[in-house]
Write a protein that binds this ligand. Structure first.
Ligand SMILES: [Zn+2]
Length: 71
């Protein structure tokens, strides 16, 4: 987990599928979006062209079975 990881209190249940999600604002436009609560370790290639390990979260829209409920 990284320092900026959401705290446990931020975790909610999806109204559609009941899975744990985190509501968080995007840096791009300050809009609230749901993310899957469970983080994933991924690699990025940084500015020095070296692989770097990062913690990422998937948008819940990508995994929710009840995604139609959001639209
Ligand atoms: Zn869901």
């Amino acid at each position: 987990m990284t320092e900026n990881a959401p705290i446990r209190q931020d975790i909610r249940k999806c109204a559609g599928c009941g899975k744990p999600i985190i509501w968080i604002k995007t840096a791009a436009n300050d809009k609230w979006i749901p993310l899957d609560a469970k983080p994933e370790r991924r690699m990025i290639i940084n500015a020095e062209k070296k692989a770097e390990s990062v913690t990422t979260w998937l948008p819940h829209h990508a995994t929710c079975e009840k995604v139609e409920d959001f639209r």
